[in-house]
Design a protein around this ligand. Structure first.
Ligand code: MRU
Length: 313
């Protein structure tokens, strides 16, 4: 099952809002439809957003739209994952050098999978036999062009017969852990257990977690931005001496800014107020719904990249 594919000048995105029960692809025929798909989280996860943004540029090129203008619009789709900005700029640079956006996007999609496999190889070196690995959100094949970053490390350990177990935080409010990470693990027959977000500390306190591996939306000086709840997991991991790793490609690194300058996306209150379309609190309840938080560098054991395992910036 592919996260996304390109066929006859159309981008097809696996609709992640409907997983795991319905497998359906959304067709994007123009760059504006692609922007909507990023905003509504039909496609999500930093590397997947990046590759999708590159295809949005390809569609804009086919539509005859000025690429700088389209790029500026695409960059507004979601603010936190730096891969979106990186991908748009990479397409613009390459187009200036005479390449076409479609072939650049295709190349970026292929490269993303190769990079994730390298992350997996390095990540496998820190996983021991019989480890139980806790992960938060979904940094899997679905969050990338394929294979995954954090779940790529888990896949690689499984391919190396390490007899691992995985614990997935459900990841409120959009439930990427429950809906997507658990689904990916089940498809690979990797033993997986689902917990509510609030149980992560308890599992670590009981000594049932050997390592935490998560993905990242941005790595910069001072720490890492990732899905809301990552900070609490990191704090518990520090308390109970559980190594805390981040798996991310270099395209997720922001070498120019401090991590605390990252714009944290605020999403619609209905994501928190409703479950399965039904209000769980009164409609008028005041909600704050930050989609990401920041894990400070001193809480991070290492960052697993395609170039090896690095110290946090
Ligand atoms: O809001 P999402 O689902 O796009 O958030 C995704 C995450 O936080 C992932 O952990 C991150 O993008 C890394 S994906 C390899």
């Amino acid at each position: 099952m592919e996260t996304l594919y390109w066929k006859n000048n159309t981008l097809y995105l696996l609709d992640q809002t409907k997983l795991p029960h319905t497998i359906e692809y959304v067709e994007c025929n123009n760059y504006k439809e692609t922007i909507d798909a990023i905003k509504t989280m039909v496609v999500r996860g930093a590397p997947a957003i990046g590759v999708t943004a590159a295809y949005a540029m390809a569609l804009a090129e086919l539509e005859g739209v000025d690429l700088k203008t389209a790029g500026d619009e695409i960059k507004l789709a979601r603010p936190t994952a730096i891969n979106l900005f990186w991908a748009v700029d990479k397409v613009l640079e390459n187009v200036e050098q005479g390449k076409d956006a479609v072939s650049i996007a295709i190349e970026m999609q292929k490269e993303d999978i190769e990079i994730n496999k390298k992350i997996g190889e390095y990540g496998n070196t820190i996983i021991e036999e019989n480890d139980t690995i806790l992960t938060h959100c979904n940094a899997g094949a679905l969050a990338c062009a394929g294979y995954g970053t954090a779940l790529g490390v888990i896949r690689a350990a499984n391919e190396n017969n390490k007899n691992i177990n995985v614990i997935c935080d459900e990841t409120r409010p959009v439930l990427q852990g429950a809906r997507l990470s658990v689904f990916e693990m089940q498809q690979e027959n990797i033993p997986v257990k689902l917990i509510v977000d609030g149980a992560a500390g308890h599992m670590m306190q009981k000594g049932e977690v050997d390592k935490v591996v998560i993905g990242a939306d941005r790595v910069a000086k001072g720490g890492v931005a990732n899905k809301i709840g990552s900070l609490m997991v990191a704090l518990a991991a520090k308390r109970y001496d559980v190594p805390f790793y981040v798996a991310a490609p270099i395209s997720t690194f922001d070498f120019e800014n401090n991590i605390f300058d990252t714009t944290i996306e605020q999403r619609d209150s209905d994501e928190v107020l409703k479950i399965n379309g039904k209000y769980i609190s009164k409609e008028e309840t005041i909600v704050e719904n930050p989609a990401f938080d920041i894990v400070e560098s001193d809480l991070i054991t290492g960052i697993i990249t395609e170039e090896g395992i690095k110290k946090a910036l």
